[in-house]
Design a protein around this ligand. Structure first.
Ligand code: X2X
Length: 340
């Protein structure tokens, strides 16, 4: 009897603390959070911040452990979303590119030259398009919580300065394993080859490929200038946001209070990650670009005219993918960008 009284008293105490229904002891000792790259890449910084804030604000009830290199799916980033849905992965901070094989609508962010600047990107993630995308992810079997950022993907290579599509002729470029990238680079006259991020790094080191496209934060952390990637073209053709998600069963296992803490921690970590992703690349602070130039790298910013040639040559790809993604969603995105 004494035992039951104690249990009831303990239950009441937990309820007053705001811990109801599920007890903390039902929680797993650790939740597995998948990312592609770890800190000090902004992507990993965002995930670490999420873990830190969550542990702090739940008094250690929820512990997130980060598994970079998409190691929970043997490095195959295009299988990450399926693994989240199946519960092989509990949570993730993932790129829209890597989940687009399962969620066609996420190709929106890969439409060439849809987003001319950061304000355009924000108008999508922070507006009605972002809400719609979250509904779609939810319907596909994961609970989306917040946005962060990998960044604008700039093209780099070891052979030549790229100012026109003609400069790309025959260049062997590593692209991510999402079909729209093959279509875009083929349209530009390059020779794209799809491979995972795990395979990309040795391919760049050995010179098996001439170039790649990724945000400058990734270029810089990896010192890609030392891998011969001494030609960089800033063209702002696509940007990949990151999304914080949780497997639905895991989500349901948390108390409503803890769910809210986890969500708010993701929102805060997302904002922190976006700052890290843009540091040295926006407004008056161009220090990251200056640092890259300081290594003797040729960094070209396309003029409007030069950029237009790339817009024109990839237009058929844009139109074809607009159909696949869903013309209504793309119209909505074009509106948001126009009104930013
Ligand atoms: O594979 C890439 O290029 C990377 C790291 O940017 C993504 O995961 C999309």
């Amino acid at each position: 009897m004494q035992f039951f009284k104690t249990m009831i008293a303990a239950g009441a105490a937990l309820t007053t603390l705001g811990i109801s229904a599920a007890f903390a002891q039902d929680y797993k000792a650790e939740y597995r959070v998948s990312t592609v790259v770890p800190a000090p890449f902004p992507w990993g910084i965002a995930a670490e911040k999420w873990a830190e804030l969550t542990a702090e604000r739940t008094d250690g009830r929820i512990n997130l452990k980060i598994y970079p290199g998409v190691q929970l799916v043997q490095g195959d980033q295009t299988r990450e979303f399926t693994a989240i849905r199946q519960g092989v992965i509990d949570m993730a901070v993932g790129s829209t590119i890597n989940w687009s094989p399962q969620i066609t609508e996420l190709n929106l962010f890969s439409l060439p030259f849809l987003m001319p600047d950061y304000a355009a990107l924000d108008s999508l993630t922070q507006g009605p398009v972002g809400e719609k995308i979250f509904e779609i992810i939810q319907a596909k079997g994961a609970v989306p919580l917040a946005w962060a950022e990998n960044g604008f993907r700039e093209v780099t290579n070891s052979k030549t300065a790229i100012r026109t599509p003609a400069d790309m002729k025959g260049l062997k470029l590593r692209v991510v394993g999402s079909p729209i990238y093959n279509d875009m680079f083929t349209a530009m006259g390059a020779n794209p080859t799809q491979m995972s991020w795990a395979d990309a790094q040795p391919a760049l080191t050995t010179g098996a490929v001439d170039g790649q496209e990724n945000p400058l934060t990734i270029y810089s952390v990896l010192n890609m200038h030392e891998l011969g990637q001494t030609n960089v073209t800033l063209w702002g053709y696509v940007a990949d946001p990151l999304i914080f998600v949780v497997n639905p069963q895991v989500w349901e296992s948390f108390t409503p209070e803890d769910r809210e803490i986890l969500r708010q921690a993701a929102v805060d970590a997302g904002a922190y990650g976006v700052d890290a992703a843009r540091k040295g690349l926006v407004g008056d602070d161009q220090t990251l670009i200056d640092e890259i130039k300081g290594h003797g790298v040729e960094v070209i910013t396309l003029t409007d005219e030069e950029r237009q040639a790339f817009v024109d040559i990839t237009r058929p790809v844009y139109d074809a993918w607009k159909e696949k993604i869903g013309p209504d969603l793309v119209d909505m995105a074009e509106q948001s960008v126009a009104n930013r």
